[in-house]
Design a protein. Structure first.
Length: 403
């Protein structure tokens, strides 16, 4: 991994980096409330310190200057921009009639769980995983089942034997899948996806695939959507949720996609979803998303360069503590770091906050099996990332005399 920023990268950072203090931002201004210390260096919430692409800002300003924010609909031009992006960026097939819209992926997960299952039904996730998956199951009164990922020398893997046992014995009514995987950073290979989907779809178990991180291809493995695995063989058994929000730093513009290829499912979904909420589309979210999909590729390429650089920085600095375990980052901008060789699980929070002076997402939030892990957000100022990594090393050197 190259540890150099190009002059173009440096110019991009200078132009786009924002100091977000005192802007009511959760990541920086809620530290006292969330962590009990306003002076921690935050690498937790999965958003960025970079302004979104200039064409997106221009489109928003133009629309705001019109001064009217009445009821609106999602135009065909938006759908075309999204479909073109999926095809051109990833080779993904999406048809306009498959598209439904919501105010965010997490909101969609709650709605889909309510639609596809009944209270008490078992719902399968693969931990460690983005913790709102578990919340969407337990908050709606469903039974949470996890097929825990295996942390192997070759990276995180699906436990296929455990999956088949769960299908047979627990009989899940629904699966929520994460691809690329947050927090372990895997971009799943097509053959892995086929092996996972085959027993699920063949047994009539619907699969929701959260693909919101699809555009963050950090390593060599290209992203494959469940929509196109095995030439689309599983389309009638899968639903994809994604959004422009993660890619282009647009989270609070509240606009996301629910992609349902199965015509019968779409009809049933349309009937159900209007019974639990009536949501108007986010006007500015649609404006921003269309501009991003049409004109945001060059901006995203710069962001990917910075994430790769930051990933390299962290690995280089943390080499000073060789017991820290890191797998290659294939996708997302989130690095899952295991401190367990040095710090026991019951001391992790104290070590990270009081010795490293960092605010992070803790591994215990993603799974009981990863209590010594922390998740670091790399989509930020390289100086922040270097400072955070150095603070970890310094704290370890002070805490672990043999290091």
């Amino acid at each position: 991994m190259a540890i150099e920023l190009t002059p173009e990268n440096k110019a991009f950072i200078k132009t786009h980096l924002v100091d977000r203090h005192h802007t009511n931002t959760l990541k920086w201004d809620a530290l006292d409330d969330r962590f009990g210390n306003p002076d921690l260096l935050p690498l937790w919430v999965a958003d960025m310190e970079f302004k979104t692409a200039q064409p997106v800002r221009d489109a928003l300003v133009k629309r705001v200057e019109e001064g009217v924010f009445g009821y609106s609909y999602i135009p065909d031009s938006y759908k075309a921009a999204f479909i073109d992006w999926q095809r051109d960026r990833h080779g993904i097939t999406v048809k306009p009639e498959w598209l439904r819209f919501d105010t965010g992926v997490v909101n969609s997960l709650y709605g889909l769980v309510n639609w596809l299952t009944e209270p008490g039904d078992p719902v399968l996730i693969f931990q460690p995983v983005y913790y709102p998956f578990a919340n969407a199951v337990t908050d709606t009164g469903r039974k949470l089942i996890s097929c825990n990922l295996l942390d192997t020398p070759q990276g995180w893997q699906v436990d296929y034997e455990a999956l088949h046992k769960i299908i047979t014995e627990d009989k899940p009514k629904l699966v929520i899948w994460c691809s690329p995987h947050n927090p372990v950073g895997r971009v799943w290979k097509p053959e892995e996806l086929e092996t996972i989907l085959t027993p699920l779809v063949d047994n009539g178990i619907p699969v929701i695939s959260d693909e919101i991180h699809e555009d963050f291809e950090i390593g060599e493995q290209p992203f494959t959507s469940v929509l196109d695995v095995a030439d689309g063989r599983f389309r009638d058994g899968v639903i994809v949720v994604n959004a422009p929000s993660k890619t282009f730093n647009l989270a609070t513009l509240l606009h996301s996609h629910v992609i349902i290829p199965n015509a019968a499912w779409r009809k049933d979904y349309d009937s159900f979803i209007k019974s639990i909420h009536q949501t108007e589309p986010s006007l500015l979210g649609v404006v921003a998303g269309e501009a991003a999909y049409r004109h945001g590729a060059a901006w995203l390429d710069q962001i990917l360069d910075i994430i790769r650089y930051n990933d390299g920085q962290v690995r280089q600095i943390l080499q000073q503590a060789p017991g820290i375990k890191l797998h290659p980052l294939e996708g997302t901008y989130l690095l899952y770091v295991d401190l367990g060789q040095y710090i026991p699980a019951d001391k992790i929070r104290d070590f990270v906050q009081n010795h490293c002076h960092l605010a992070v997402d803790y591994g215990a939030w993603f799974s009981p099996q990863t209590p010594t892990f922390i998740r670091l957000n790399l989509a930020t100022d390289p100086a922040i990332v270097a400072r955070a990594a150095n603070q970890i090393v310094t704290a370890l050197q002070e805490t672990v005399p043999a290091l």
